[in-house]
Design a protein around this ligand. Structure first.
Ligand code: AMP
Length: 197
C-alpha cells in the first residue's frame, strides 16, 4: 500500500531470499538453513544481496526497505554504501504491535506466491479461498509462520533488531506508529500522516 502511494518499489530482504530459495540457487540453499530456524542469515550474504538489488534502475527515486537492516552491522553497512552514492535513509518506520497480536497475525497469514500480497484468514480473507484477489496467484503459508518459529523470530528481533530503534531515533529518523489495532489501510494512513509530519 505504501509503495503504491509513494510510487517507489519495496525491497524486502526476506522476499529476495525466498525467491532465491524457489530458484534453488546457492544463495537460496544457504539462506534456507537459517530461515527455517527463524535465525538471521549471516551479514556477509545479506548485505551484498540487498546492496546489489538497490543498484537496479527501478530504485533510482528511492525504495521502501522491508526487513533490512536487521542489526547494527547491517545498518552501518547500508549507511556507508548509500553515503558513497550521495544517498541516505530518509525515515525509519517503527510499527508497534503487541507480541500476542504479532503471533495471531503471522499465524493466520497467507501470501500470494506470484505478487506477494498478504492476506489474513480472519482479518482480510481473499474473495476465493487460496486465490489472490489481485492476480489470481496461489496463496501459501510461510514455513516460518509456525508458532514456535514465530517465537524464535521475535526473540531474534528483541536481541538483534530492537537496538536499531535507538540507532535511528538518535539519527532523528525514527517515525513511530501504533499498528496493533485497525485495518492495514488504517495503519497505512497513520504511517503516511506521520511521514508528512
Ligand atoms: P522476513 O520475510 O523479513 O520475515 O524474513 C524471513 C527470514 O529471512 C528471516 O527470519 C531471516 O532468516 C531471513 N532474513 C530476512 N531479512 C534478513 C536480514 N536483513 N538479515 C538476516 N536475515 C534476514
Amino acid at each position: 500500500m505504501l509503495a503504491e502511494k509513494l510510487r517507489i518499489p519495496v525491497v524486502a530482504s526476506g522476499d529476495l531470499f525466498r525467491q532465491a530459495l524457489e530458484k534453488q540457487t546457492e544463495l537460496g540453499k544457504k539462506a534456507k538453513l537459517y530461515m527455517e530456524k527463524g535465525q538471521l542469515v549471516p551479514d556477509e550474504i545479506t548485505i551484498q544481496m540487498v546492496l546489489e538489488r538497490l543498484k537496479a534502475p527501478d530504485t533510482a527515486n528511492g525504495a521502501i526497505l522491508d526487513g533490512f537492516p536487521r542489526n547494527t552491522n547491517q545498518a552501518k553497512a547500508l549507511d556507508e554504501a548509500l553515503k558513497k552514492q550521495n544517498k541516505g535513509i530518509d525515515r525509519v518506520i517503527y510499527i508497534k504491535v503487541a507480541e500476542e497480536e504479532i503471533i495471531r497475525r503471522l499465524g493466520g497469514r497467507w501470501i500470494c506466491r506470484n505478487c506477494q500480497t498478504p492476506y489474513h484468514e480472519v482479518d482480510n480473507p481473499p474473495r476465493v479461498k487460496g486465490k489472490c484477489d489481485r492476480c489470481g496467484g496461489e496463496l501459501y503459508q510461510r514455513a516460518d509462520d509456525k508458532p514456535e518459529t514465530i517465537r524464535k523470530r521475535l526473540e531474534v528481533f528483541l536481541a538483534e533488531t530492537a537496538p536499531l530503534i535507538d540507532y535511528y531515533r538518535r539519527a532523528g529518523k525514527l517515525v513511530e506508529v501504533e499498528g496493533g489495532r485497525g485495518s492495514a489501510s488504517e495503519v497505512t494512513r497513520k504511517i503516511l500522516q506521520a511521514l508528512d509530519r
